[in-house]
Design a protein. Structure first.
Length: 384
């Protein structure tokens, strides 16, 4: 049966757009923007000069341009900061280059230099492609194709409470697409392509490193028919792009590990025991900590329930992905990170077989999504 993928995509994104536009009216009336800290004008230290980010006035653009958007835009429009290590000031080196690079290319090739419009266009194209390949992945996976309804997986993805990030000027939808492509290419035994997508994913989100899991599993299982020359080719493909990125950062600031050092210096990322971090945030009773912690707990519980019904590589990737954030000593961003974890919608689809329960989850997701969009547009940081 043909899945109405495009219809789901259009209807859901249109609803999110309308909710976002309605929220802008409330935000303007309540004047929350500057109160909560996501200022529409932001100055970035670039080492030898200052780059000024100005959020667009058009609400059709500005509702997708919140919080870290400004950092990706600054990289696309002005490159990485030349500030040398150690970093006395926060700059944009704590963000990876693939998404802003694509924004730069498309903004000049198609959108007359308008980086914001290019970002919105790319995010939605990546989301649509991700949904398409998610269906192809389900159909190609023997353990899933007879036990998972494609429609349910698509709806869980689109209705997820923070799925608006997948249309925003953020790299979430690009990473969602790349992670699905890695698993799909491994499934159809296109390992060179899987390794290439792995390298691109590593330059999109830190979580890309965990996409080595399905590749390593495949190579181990088929070790007797993988020649040394192919193994060297795959290894070189895996690390070529990350190495080029490190070399580029060395040429810019003299620090090949600039991303890691900036995260440690200005974003409080230090190695920690993840469950201790999670429990501390839960018992703090801080509303934002409870919000982000709830997504981690939800993700872990969902994977636990589905672990015997999905391939082991899905479970291992999902667990690594979810636990990585508290492993770095913080939980900020977990609510949006899980929106780009394709394993969760699949896990929900294999666990929830009762139609009434399924409809209740759809309604719950959509309701929370409507609540979250307001705070997202308000720039409150609560749903980031």
């Amino acid at each position: 049966m043909k899945t109405p993928l495009f219809s789901y995509f259009i209807l859901n994104r249109l609803l999110i757009l309308l909710l976002g536009l309605f929220s802008t009216v409330l935000v303007a009336h309540l004047q929350t923007k500057n109160i909560h800290g996501d200022r529409p004008i932001w100055h970035f230290y670039q080492g030898d000069h200052t780059y000024t980010y100005i959020q667009p006035d058009n609400p059709l653009v500005s509702i997708w341009s919140v919080w870290d958007t400004k950092r990706y835009i600054s990289i696309a429009e002005d490159g990485y900061s030349a500030q040398p290590y150690p970093y006395a000031k926060e700059d944009n080196k704590g963000f990876l280059p693939m998404y802003p690079l694509l924004m730069y290319i498309f903004s000049h090739a198609i959108f007359s230099g308008n980086t914001h419009v290019a970002g919105i266009f790319l995010s939605n194209v990546f989301l649509l492609l991700a949904l398409y390949y998610l269906v192809q992945l389900i159909r190609s996976e023997p353990k899933l194709k007879h036990g998972v309804q494609e429609k349910e997986v698509l709806l869980y993805t689109l209705l997820f409470p923070t799925s608006y990030y997948l249309s925003a000027i953020y790299p979430e939808s690009l990473f969602l697409l790349l992670s699905i492509l890695v698993f799909y290419c491994v499934r159809i035994e296109k390992i060179f392509l899987a390794c290439l997508f792995f390298g691109i994913a590593c330059l999109t989100k830190t979580f890309g490193i965990f996409l080595c899991i399905p590749i390593i599993f495949f190579l181990f299982q088929h070790r007797h028919r993988v020649s040394l020359s192919k193994l060297l080719l795959y290894t070189g493909t895996l690390f070529a792009l990350p190495i080029l990125y490190c070399l580029h950062m060395y040429s810019v600031s003299g620090d090949p590990l600039a991303y890691i050092h900036m995260q440690q210096t200005h974003f409080r990322h230090i190695w920690a025991e993840p469950f201790t971090v999670l429990i501390k945030n839960i018992i703090s009773m801080n509303p934002y900590s409870l919000w982000t912690s709830s997504f981690i707990v939800f993700g872990l519980a969902t994977l636990g329930l589905a672990s015997r019904k999905i391939p082991i590589t899905y479970t291992l990737f999902g667990l690594s992905y979810i636990l990585f954030t508290p492993l770095t000593g913080v939980i900020e961003g977990s609510s949006r990170y899980i929106a780009s974890l394709f394993v969760i919608p699949i896990a929900l689809a294999v666990c929830i077989k009762n139609e009434d329960v399924r409809n209740m989850v759809y309604i719950l997701f959509a309701t929370v999504q409507g609540f979250a969009i307001f705070w997202w547009v308000a720039g409150a940081g609560f749903t980031s």
